[in-house]
Write a protein that binds this ligand. Structure first.
Ligand code: DC
Length: 227
């Protein structure tokens, strides 16, 4: 079975996809990590990110692998562990531009499809239900109010607990602006824009707990399995 979970940044996709994958014993495909890896490696190599041909050439040559043997999945780029590098605010700022290049998308698409290769998968991203796995058994489009999504992102960056009110407000304002900019690029690019597949179930996570959303998706998956 393939479960596709698409949605904008901070909508809860990763957390929910991780829980579903471990609950069902499925493999999890984090397609955003692949786009992040291309963006990070190009920047790290000193490639001009406005030079589409150079970025696409690097993406074509890049080997991206997931190491799931440890407690936390590691992302490897040509064998180098980039797990932490791809999650920095610096990578956040460049990834949408890089992932809008059609050549980058066509470089990653076969790897994403090969990841499934007949296995049970929970895949998360922006175009999983529309482009990567258009025949997925279950498609979910997760949304949430932008301010709530920004709040979640800020809290993720402070695992020790929420910062003081002034810091929180400052980080919220910056994160909300970054996130809205990224949504704008992701939703309006020419190839594989962020959008719900026609047959996706849309779930707004703003006022729901993670457990409530997971329970709803498990219910939907069980219904699909019984069909
Ligand atoms: O899910 P994420 O925030 O890690 O994704 C990072 C970026 O990668 C996102 O801003 C757009 C891009 N992306 C994409 O274009 N298509 C996907 N299937 C997944 C992510």
């Amino acid at each position: 079975m393939i479960i596709a979970i698409d949605g904008p940044a901070g909508s809860g996709k990763s957390t929910i996809a991780n829980i579903l994958a471990s609950r069902f014993g499925y493999n999890k495909l984090d397609s955003g990590a692949m786009y992040r890896t291309v963006a990070f490696i190009c920047a790290d190599d000193g490639i001009d990110l406005n030079d589409e041909d150079a970025v696409v050439r690097r993406a074509d040559a890049l080997d991206i692998a997931f190491d799931t043997t440890g407690p936390r999945a590691r992302v490897l780029a040509d064998g180098r562990d980039v797990t932490d590098d791809i999650r920095t605010p610096a990578t956040d700022r460049i990834v949408s531009a890089v992932s809008a290049y059609p050549g980058v998308r066509s470089a990653l698409l076969p790897c994403q499809r090969a990841f499934a290769n007949g296995r049970d998968v929970v895949a998360e991203g922006r175009d999983i239900g529309t482009v990567v796995f258009p025949d997925a058994d279950l498609k979910v489009f997760l949304t949430a109010d932008p301010r709530e999504r920004a709040r979640r992102r800020v809290l993720q960056r402070h695992p020790e607990g929420a910062p003081d009110a002034t810091t929180m407000e400052r980080e919220l304002t910056q994160t909300l602006a970054d996130l809205e900019r990224r949504d704008e690029i992701d939703a309006h690019r020419a190839v594989a824009p962020l959008r719900a597949a026609d047959d996706a179930v849309s779930i707004d996570s703003t006022a729901h707990t993670i457990d409530e959303i997971v329970d709803r998706i498990v219910e939907l998956a069980n219904e699909r399995r019984a069909q």
